[in-house]
Ligand binder design. Structure first.
Ligand code: UTP
Length: 277
């Protein structure tokens, strides 16, 4: 059992880059071949020993709840046929995990979505996974790597990767001191900086371990970039106290929030991950 017991999945965003498909369907239900993005996220959380899944939804996101539930009609229809195997993974997830949901009524940013999750998380450290960042690894998953670090350092941790300089304005970007290979003590964090002013090319991706004092900090955090409450701004308060690490994870990330990244991930997944059996 992991010291981190719950994973928060902010999934309330509009997914405008995928319109029109996201008009009535959550972006997190877009499939890589035959499995929705959110299920890969749940797999990764389980791989890290986490079994409490807390999902932030919004209007038009009901398909997420239905996916992690039994469909009696369908189950009855395929019972005893070889198609049953296709539901084996999701049945295991439903058996071994608990799911809780709350709605973000107004989309005021990722920081606000995380604060909305306080009611599901309580007063323990927790993981955050943005399902539109799809990560593949050879060994343990990205969250498992981060949970192992949390056990040692007991502070907030963000996953980072090097991005091309001219793309810093798409990410939260950090600066810090490298304490161990690939592990930085964060001194500075900026949300979507222009390349000329970015403190580095180390960009935060959609995996976090957060200590629960982040909720009080988020409550006090005013809207920042794009007039949204930014998790990066709240983390900066912890960073000033030396309590944020940035970890260059082992693995590869696909930005499935963009059409190009999503297509790349689909092709990769079909060639390397999807099993036909
Ligand atoms: P994005 O910046 O990718 O926004 O959010 P989006 O709305 O999902 O997509 P586009 O840009 O319109 O195409 C990053 C993550 O934060 C969640 C999103 O669901 C996504 O997982 N989010 C963002 C919320 O849950 N609530 C918000 O208010 C904003």
């Amino acid at each position: 059992m992991s010291v981190i017991k719950k994973c928060l999945f902010p999934a309330a965003g509009y997914g405008t880059r995928f319109l029109p498909v996201t008009k009535s369907m959550p972006k997190e239900m877009l499939p890589l071949v035959n499995k929705p993005l959110i299920e890969y996220g749940v797999d990764e959380a389980m791989d890290a020993g986490i079994h409490g899944m807390a999902i932030i939804t919004g209007r038009g996101k009901r398909a997420l709840e239905d996916h992690f539930d039994i469909s009696y009609e369908l189950e009855h229809q395929i019972a005893g046929t070889k198609k049953e195997g296709a539901l084996a993974d999701i049945r295991r997830i439903i058996r071994e995990c608990t799911f809780s949901y709350t709605r973000q009524v107004e989309m005021k940013g990722l920081g606000h979505a995380i604060l909305t999750g306080e009611t599901l998380i309580g007063d323990d450290p927790f993981a955050v996974l943005l399902a539109d960042d799809y990560c593949v690894t050879e060994g343990p998953g990205v969250l498992a790597q981060m949970v192992a670090l949390y056990e040692k350092y007991q502070c907030s941790i963000v996953a980072i990767e090097e991005v091309p300089r001219d793309e810093t304005n798409k990410y939260g970007v950090i600066d810090g001191v490298e304490e161990a290979p690939g592990l930085y003590r964060v001194s500075q964090m900026v949300e979507k900086p222009d390349p000329e002013v970015a403190p580095s090319n180390l960009a935060i991706i959609g995996r976090y371990i957060l200590t629960p004092d982040i909720f009080d900090i988020l409550r006090e955090t005013p809207p920042g970039r794009n007039d949204e409450i930014q998790i990066t701004d709240a983390l900066m308060t912890q960073a000033k106290m030396g309590r944020v690490l940035a970890y260059k994870f082992k693995g590869r990330r696909f930005d499935c929030g963009s059409i190009e990244g999503f297509m790349e991930a689909s092709n990769y997944n079909f060639a390397h991950v999807y099993r036909k059996d």
